[in-house]
Design a protein around this ligand. Structure first.
Ligand code: ZN
Length: 71
């Protein structure tokens, strides 16, 4: 999946309104090597989706689908 080169918000482009926290494969594209949530500069998401993404990632971490840290 080539998300980063796209300057348009990925979720708007895909017409995704609710980000599924269970879709770890997708969320993984928006976390850095240090397991941090990508800043908007890197993720190119709109404010609404960046906020939803952060919530989804936090939920995914709680459900042990994503790591809290890289170690
Ligand atoms: Zn968006």
């Amino acid at each position: 999946m080539n998300i980063k080169s796209d300057k348009v918000c990925y979720f708007c482009a895909q017409n995704i309104k609710e980000i599924d926290y269970k879709d770890a494969e997708l969320l993984r594209n928006f976390i850095s090597a240090q397991a941090k949530i990508m800043p908007r500069k890197r993720s190119y998401l709109c404010a609404k989706h960046q906020r939803h993404l952060a919530t989804a990632i936090k939920r995914a971490r709680f459900m042990a689908l994503l790591p809290f840290t890289s170690r």
